[in-house]
Design a protein around this ligand. Sequence first.
Ligand code: AMP
Length: 396
Amino acid sequence: MNTLDNYDFSGKKVIVRVDFNVPLNDKYEITDDTRIRAAIPTIQKIREKGGAVILMSHLGRPKNGPEEKFSLKHIVKDLSEKLGVDVQFADDCIGEQAHNIAARLKPGEVLLLENLRFHPEETKGDEAFAKKLAGLADVYVNDAFGTAHRAHASTAVIARFFPKDKMFGYVMENELKSINKVLVENEKPFTAVLGGAKVSGKIEIINNLLDKVDNLIIGGGMMFTFIKAMGGDVGNSLVEEDLIETAKAAIKKAEELEVNLHIPSDTVAADKFDNDAGTLICKAGDIPDGWMGLDIGPESIKTFSDVIRNSATILWNGPMGVFEMDNFAKGTVEIAKAIADATAKGAFSLVGGGDSVAAVNKYHLADKVSYVSTGGGAMLEFIEGKTLPGVAAIEE
Ligand code: AMP
């Protein structure tokens, strides 16, 4: 398999799918450059090895062709500074101008193409469009993990035109290595911590993880569907009635597979969905009428933290409570700290999926876990056990 390290890029034109989908403010200034920074090592590696780099990305969700606020030209200056080279720009990702600049590109030079999604063919996975992009280069590198679960022209279809000259960039490689370390080559005990609002969004993850983990910890709003399935009283807590049978089936499957399923024993209940609500700590299956559980309680924090601190592999997705409200953030904070402690003792920990990533960043623990995934939706589909088109296109 080709890699950035073993491939000879000298004299080659290399088209790289990056994820430059960064937030811009009203003045078109970048407010968070994490994704651009993440792509730098891949770009520099190709340049150092004598390749010329053609970068392509999407930005936002343009509906009808070009739109100023979604133009990638707004990031040229920042990108040039980060790379230490004047990045050239093509106003359209295909067509004569892009073709001409690409043709003249010398080793070490960099061209950024305008937003791929100004063409509806991109998200449709149009083959003719992918072929035009492919025509600009000799080699294809995919480094956009965030869109790896999409079968778009630039993320998957284009790979067909480079049967022998395609590979992952470092961002993709690192994401795949980390998820592999967790799902395939995990050291035991392996603990998955799942939270978030609803069972419905996580049921495929639960099912895929049950035959891999030793411990499955369930917190967040989704815990109450499980507690109700076990006969508990959950008051006004978030419950998905139509998933009670599904929760029962998961509980049974966990028993059969001898997985320790940890459902919270206590909760912080509130008399309304508000940070200033009246609160009480009670048994999670004994919530008074009119009250709702918005966080896991102190006893659960202790039990869960002990399990986590004794784990060798940890996967975390989803907050333990309504962590956006400070009075219901303790469960999430303490679980994040326990994961950081376990990591300090040598465990491998992966945090993936929108809100848990936001939580580790908020509590400044991102550098105290082994890996924070950059791809929300892509990571979730991976944990669900699905094959990602962007990954398959390179591996095929
Ligand atoms: P998800 O996107 O499914 O991971 O859900 C994340 C959301 O779940 C966050 O916005 C939390 O506020 C919310 N959440 C966590 N615990 C609870 C709870 N006990 N009741 C209601 N919402 C919750």
